[in-house]
Design a protein around this ligand. Structure first.
Ligand code: MG
Ligand code: MG
Length: 292
């Protein structure tokens, strides 16, 4: 797999391919989330997501991804102070944990990349606030994904939302272009300056992924050479969607259809349907597709 590629503009047909990959990835995350209960191991969470990818004929984008050594699992499952890249294993989730699950699916050569953080049983007020703010910052970033805006507008919106709520954004890990490769240009950090960066055009597809720390922004990597934790040991959260810029506004490629969300709690619908809290029109796949 190629490590990194330049900025690529996708045709409408390519966007349809990316939507198929994104939907399968959302289904894998949904299965993983359903399993996030006290006593379940992070390896079992990984297996649930892997089974969904297999069922849909999708290849896992993370497995064997190049790094300090080839990444050994289909998902990353990061608990509490683990920000990203937690390797699934025998750890059992406990009441009060918060768990971030990130997955990548390849369907017909296109990559879908998305992530979310959920609470295990009852969680603290701070943990809930961190989750809410991280999801809100993703929505604030998505709202900027419009033709003519710049990547710096997206980055600045995420940073302002997070810091406005008293939390920190990581400086070391960023959102990224995504398409036939999991990591393409442009990089979209979770901090930045409005008006700077790459101009957004219809057909650009970017995985936006605020990684938020309850304390300071500093991180370090554990001895397994993958797992990134907060240096101060405080909680962290991570939400991600793969989003296309279209003439009609942002199109969330890693969403689920609304018919699949009936009877689910509000936070679940808010993430998986990609509903926006910010004062812009909703960016469901159907609306975006009509205008594209
Ligand atoms: Mg991801
Ligand atoms: Mg990503």
């Amino acid at each position: 797999m190629t490590w990194h590629r330049g900025v690529e503009i996708k045709s409408e047909r390519e966007l349809s391919g990316m939507r198929r990959a994104g939907r399968v990835n959302a289904l894998a995350l949904a299965a993983a989330v359903d399993l996030a209960r006290p006593g379940v191991t992070t390896a079992e969470i990984d297996a649930a997501a892997a089974a969904v990818l297999r069922q849909h004929g999708a290849e896992p984008a993370f497995l064997n991804y190049p790094g300090p050594y080839p990444y050994p699992a289909v998902t990353t499952v990061s608990v509490n102070d683990e920000l990203v890249h937690g390797i699934p294993g025998p750890r059992r989730l406990a009441e009060g944990d918060i768990v971030s699950i990130d997955c990548g699916a390849v369907v017909d050569g296109f990559v879908g990349d998305s992530a979310l953080t959920v609470g295990v049983g009852r969680i603290s007020a701070e943990a809930q606030s961190l989750i809410d703010v991280t999801l809100g910052s993703l929505q604030a970033g998505i709202a900027e994904m419009r033709p003519g805006r710049r990547t710096g507008d997206v980055s600045a919106a995420i940073q302002a939302y997070v810091e406005g709520h008293g939390f920190s954004v990581t400086r070391e890990y960023t959102g990224h272009g995504v398409g036939r490769h999991m990591h393409e240009d442009p990089q979209v950090p979770n901090y930045g300056v409005a008006g700077k960066g790459v101009v957004l055009r219809p057909g650009l597809t970017i995985a936006l992924e605020p990684m938020v720390l309850a304390g300071g922004p500093e991180t370090h990597v554990l001895d397994d050479a993958w797992t990134v934790v907060s240096r101060d040991g405080r909680l962290t959260a991570h939400f991600e969607h793969t989003v296309a810029v279209t003439a009609g506004g942002p199109m969330i490629l890693t969403a689920l259809e609304e018919s699949m969300l009936e009877g689910r709690p509000a936070w679940y619908t808010e993430y998986f349907a990609g509903l926006l809290r910010t004062p812009v029109e909703r960016a469901s796949w159907a609306e975006g597709a009509r205008k594209a």
